[in-house]
Design a protein. Sequence first.
Length: 574
Amino acid sequence: MSNPYDLPSDPAKRHSAALTDGVDRAAARAMLKGTGFNDDDLARPLVGVATSWIETMPCNLNQRKLAQDVKRGIRAAGGTPMEFNTIAVSDGVSMGSEGMRASLVSREVIADSIELVARGHLLDGLVVLVGCDKTIPSAVMVLARLDLPGLVLYNGSIAPGRFRGRDVTIQDVFEAVGAHAAGTMSAEDVHELEGVACPGAGACGGQFTANTMSLALEFLGISPAGLNGIPALDSAKAAAAEQCGKLVLDLVRGDVRPSTILTRASIENAIAAVAATGGSTNAVLHLLAIARELGLPLELDDFDEIATRTPVVADLKPGGRFVATDLHRAGGVALVARELVDAGLADGSAVNVDGRTLAEIAAAATATPGQEVVVPVDRPLKETGGLAVLRGNLATEGAIVKLVGHERRLHRGPARVFDSEEECFAAVSANAIVAGDVVVIRYEGPAGGPGMREMLHVTAALVGEGLGDAVALVTDGRFSGATHGLMVGHVSPEAARGGGLAALEEGDVVVIDVDARELRVELPDGELERRLERWTPPPPRYASGVLAKYAALVSSASDGAITRPLWSEPVPVS
């Protein structure tokens, strides 16, 4: 009788053989057989299928189904899928509440949890299904960290809602809150709108953070070209997921690692794509974090340089007219790639996990006749990209300003200083903010918040009250991808760590000068420094738990707001 343990190991089981092969691994196999696997299953490469399905939002709601499609593809290609889940936090649901502090923190927790499963079970490859904002960068961060063959699939965008004959998104609901406060929209109208704005599964529809990062994944090359853009409820999404399951086995067998895909060139391509589509400023944080995982040099000034030379070619909300499903119908992300590659604004030699170069993907792009979503690069919507980096005595390490959805490049006005988002929202709701003001929200940075909350609750209310083109907002927190207007975020160093915002006083004159790349307060020489010498940091908002740990470990927003051991040295940026 032959020894049942004398079976040759599949050479693609580079990691999992140590978990499953040989008589000494009988106990591990016994446990795995208890979940339904058999000898044939365990003789194949083990591929993790990570989902972030959760019932707190529509964004990730179709992932249970897509996971089954991915697993079918893995099995068809000769692998054994092992599904597992991680968390997600909805920015849209938690926005404007204390719960929003958990959002950016969840990026680290998601990456860490996937890493632990992959390391703990010696997986040979990974497919990560993503949806809501922080799940997307987390997936790339963990693949970069593990350097394990794998890919990421975005579960797709939500369809727009219909309200009284027009398309709407969650952005409209946030702005309706401000319109109600201003007396221009009734409570009944707001209630009707909230009931139709999110018609089913899928992530927020505009070029907000989720769709911005989905597009960035294709330009990074870590998502198969063309598959992310298929809407969440499109019947073609199932076939796309199955295709990803088959493709990951090619990566596993060929030992194609993320480090060969995620390069400095692919990161620059992603930055150009974000700039060209008026994408979310959150992409700055996330691409910096990805670069740090890879050990690649990247700094804020690289974003400014790339955005300055990259025109806006996609007419997408919040600054434009269309949503992600419109881009898909127009011909997809490949249309943006075609314009950037043809103009020499993206490196066409960068490789995608599907085996093609970006130049090949761009050359295969087909525009739907009459589409208006993507315009020719020689006739752009704006001559320069959708963001810029400002510096000055209020932001010695830098700050980010979004440049789509408004035309203002200079604002000078009195500071209205608030030590939390709630304080500011109360003032906005009381109509205490007037045209010309510079609304300042501080102590909302990565450590001070902690968690660097998004300020869409405030910015949307200002727009809804008709002040979107008359005031500016400055914060060490973040902005939602749905934000538009002259808004400066990511101010670094943050107030809680002694940045210039900490010394700002009510009525100080603040200048935002985009052309000069400046964010400064007009004070006599030495006054800001004298104030900071008298300043004492506020006590931490949380004394224990995950938010306290995050506040202790998190780096500056200018470094991607990543967590690292206290004894580690920062990754060099140049």
